[in-house]
Design a protein around this ligand. Structure first.
Ligand code: PLP
Length: 451
């Protein structure tokens, strides 16, 4: 790139290593620097406006310019900018938020525990599960089953749970005690002519076979996103969760629902668990918890988890886990205000009504030559691109077409995210039908340009 050497772009290339980026390619193409946000829009350094169709990273429920969150942060900063929750200490934002989260949980939960990112929360879930097994005198019960294409984060444990190749190979992951089951992706994984229900039955049977082969007494937990996000917006087939849960119950296996994307309205209910009838023992949340204005994540744990954990901490003398900034008062205050806004403005209802409109409009793309499948629910959707509709095959290598169309889409003023060849759409929950129309028109144009 030819930007001035002191420009933000040039200095970015010189000093800044980006997440989830081809570092060598970045040296050539440089960054898209976003300077401002306004509702569902963001603006780059040149003044170009974009509909942020991914809500940042599936996260900004209330949009990019919510003054009430700024005020909540400012007033908490002035009152108590930091305190922690180690060794019996605490502060009211953490208590208020814990109470609120337990009260809105989709199933009965005992306690909330605070962390700073989805990865830390899933890492913590894994440690709590191991701690519990030890507490129960079942040290052999340590394996956790995740799924291929699942996304649970990037710490050593959570990246192991993640079921995507880029998170494993060169990092020497996954670690021991992590297993991956099949992906509930009907379009890609079902056999020809297999109905959704038959596919769900087969996946559940395969899960049971995996459990039996490993030894049920060695399996501690199963973790899954209600709808897979980063794996390509994979909506599970009808009856999948019901069948999976029946098997977990049969072998006394805990269920962790990773609601980091689905939580707080995304699927048209407060939690994805409600949309799919999931009854988790641990519920993990982040992102829309604070609309990502501040980093915060949380786990809700039920009595089956809390009871043994409390006993073990009593035996040892402490629950030897915690992050300095876990439950940070400013982040907790922002999260509380954010939840208030979600309720006051009925953003969950908006995810249902505007979501239905978005699903309908995006499905109009299904006939396009480059579109293999459009899937989603509420305000989350994936448009999977193919070079050959009948054979469902990609163009060149996987991701090439997704990258190309995503580039055109960005030129047309919409920021999406291509997960391989699937374009993700997960806009702020405040989006209007008119803004959805603008977004879909831009997608159509980008697809036509790519033909
Ligand atoms: N779990 C899910 C379902 C996610 O989508 C993500 C991030 O996208 C994570 C966990 C990890 O969260 P973080 O990036 O905050 O560590």
């Amino acid at each position: 790139m030819t930007a001035h050497p002191n420009s933000t772009e040039a200095r970015d290339i010189r000093y800044h290593l980006h997440s989830y980026t081809n570092a060598r390619k970045h040296e050539e193409v440089g960054p898209l620097v976003i300077e401002k946000g306004d509702g569902v829009y963001v603006e780059d350094a040149s003044g170009k406006r974009y509909i942020e169709a991914m809500a940042g990273l599936w996260s900004v429920a209330v949009g990019f310019s919510e003054q009430r969150l700024v005020d909540a942060a400012t007033s908490q900063m002035k009152k108590l900018p930091f305190y922690h929750t180690f060794t019996h200490k605490g502060h009211s934002p953490a208590v208020d938020l814990a109470e609120k989260l337990v009260s809105i949980a989709p199933v009965e939960m005992s306690k909330a525990y605070f962390t700073n990112s989805g990865s830390e929360a899933n890492d913590t879930a894994m440690k709590m599960i191991w701690y519990r097994s030890n507490a129960l005198g079942q040290p052999q019960k340590k394996k956790i089953i995740s799924r291929r294409r699942g996304y649970h984060g990037v710490t050593i444990a959570s990246a192991s749970l993640t079921g995507l190749p880029a998170n494993h190979g060169s990092f020497d992951l996954p670690i021991a005690n992590v297993l991956h089951a099949g992906t509930p992706h009907h379009y890609r994984e079902a056999q020809p002519g297999e109905s959704e229900e038959a596919f769900a039955t087969r996946l559940a049977d395969e899960l049971e076979q995996l459990i039996l082969a490993e030894g049920p007494e060695t399996i501690a937990a199963f973790i899954g996103e209600p709808v897979m996000g980063a794996g390509g917006v994979v909506v599970p087939p009808a009856t999948y969760w019901e069948k999976v849960q029946a098997i977990l119950a049969r072998y006394d296996i805990l269920l962790v629902a990773d609601e980091v994307i689905c939580g707080f309205g995304r699927t048209g209910n407060m939690f994805g668990c409600q949309t799919f009838g999931i009854r988790p023992d641990i519920l993990v949340m982040s992102k829309q918890l604070s609309s990502s204005y501040m980093p915060i994540s949380a786990l809700l744990i039920n009595e089956k988890v809390y009871g043994p954990l409390a006993d073990e901490s009593n035996r040892i003398g402490t629950f030897g886990h915690g992050f300095t900034a876990g439950g940070h008062p400013v982040a907790a205050a922002v999260a509380l205000e954010n939840l208030k806004l979600i309720e006051e403005r009925d953003l969950v209802g908006n995810a249902r009504t505007v979501g239905a409109h978005m699903q309908k409009r995006l499905r109009e793309l299904a006939d396009h030559e480059l579109v293999g499948e459009v899937r989603g629910l509420g305000l989350i959707a994936g448009v999977e691109l193919v070079a050959d509709k009948a054979a469902r095959t990609p163009w060149k290598n996987v991701g090439a077409l997704g990258g190309l169309v995503n580039g055109h889409l960005q030129e047309n003023g919409v920021i999406s995210r291509n997960m391989g060849d699937t374009l993700g759409f997960c806009p702020p929950l405040i989006i209007t039908e008119k803004q959805v129309d603008d977004m879909v028109d831009a997608v159509k144009k980008a697809l036509d340009t790519a033909l």
